[in-house]
Design a protein around this ligand. Structure first.
Ligand SMILES: Nc1ncnc2c1ncn2[C@@H]1O[C@H](COP(=O)(O)OP(=O)(O)OP(=O)(O)O)[C@@H](O)[C@H]1O
Length: 246
């Protein structure tokens, strides 16, 4: 089955073409990573697929639903974590997650909140105002809201940003287990090493054009995903691309 399918998806902002006729398919169970330089159209792609932005032309289906015609329907079926999005500063994680649970019609909110706070190690901060949380703690709360209603498809922009190395490893394990259970993950990232370690499919975007997709596990043994990325994008020096450890 296909989780995401786009046909000639195009987004123009005035004279800037953010996406140029994107044709992309992501199958169920894939851990898909969209890699690309700054301004290549990754966020725009996620915004269209999650029903937040109407494309200039072209079409898409997400879990079989058109995100342009039925954005609320799509958003009720998926999880979303945009880049650098925080819980409201004036709410505690518990209050914010209760609010998110109510919107999603979850009846066992307290159980799920407890379960995800334990999984992401913020049980002791559940009743602390978000303004008093560290960046990494806020990212954990946002990860919990993306997953705690158990959607079969989640979109995440930079999943590991601000997490300490221990939690990064735990979140990576979670993301892989989530897809091994048959769910689908759509990541956007600048971190080639993260994509290489986690993803089952990687798409390379440059200036709104999808230049190629590959399964990093099937690259020639002497070719890293970083080399594939650079040769696909333009043959820059490896130092031009950040890795999570930098
Ligand atoms: N609302 C907007 N109005 C005008 N131009 C926009 C708007 N949103 C994005 N753009 C432009 O569209 C292009 C793609 O932007 P987008 O944010 O999708 O890239 P990105 O790959 O997510 O970048 P980054 O890696 O820097 O986050 C860029 O040239 C950007 O300046």
């Amino acid at each position: 089955m296909t989780a995401i399918d786009t046909t000639d998806l195009r987004m123009e902002f005035g004279d800037v073409t953010a996406l140029e006729d994107l044709n992309l398919t992501v199958d169920d169970g894939e851990l898909f990573g969209l890699l690309g330089p700054n301004g290549s159209g990754k966020t725009t792609t996620i915004e269209i697929l999650t029903g937040q932005r109407r494309p200039t032309s072209g079409s898409a289906t997400v879990l079989g639903v058109d995100p342009v015609e039925r954005p609320l329907d799509v958003r009720s079926r998926i999880g979303i974590l945009p880049e650098r999005e925080d819980p409201p500063s004036f709410l505690t994680p518990r209050e914010y997650l209760e609010f998110a649970a109510e919107i999603r019609g979850l009846e066992d909110a307290q159980d799920r909140i407890g379960e995800w706070a334990a999984k992401l190690s913020f049980e002791d901060k559940l009743d602390t105002l978000a303004t008093n949380l560290s960046e990494g703690e806020r990212q954990r709360v946002m990860l919990a809201q993306a997953f705690f209603h158990e959607p079969s498809l989640v979109f995440i922009d930079e999943p590991l940003v601000n997490l300490d190395p221990i939690l990064q490893e735990e979140v990576k394990d979670h993301l892989q287990a989530y897809c091994e259970a048959g769910n689908t993950l759509f990541l956007s990232t600048h971190f080639v090493d993260v994509a290489e370690e986690l993803c089952t499919q990687v798409g390379i975007l440059r200036a709104g054009q999808l230049l190629g997709t590959t399964d990093p596990r099937t690259l020639e043994s002497e070719q890293s995903l970083l080399e594939y990325f650079l040769s696909t994008v333009e043959g820059d020096k490896p130092e031009a691309v950040p890795t999570i450890g930098r």
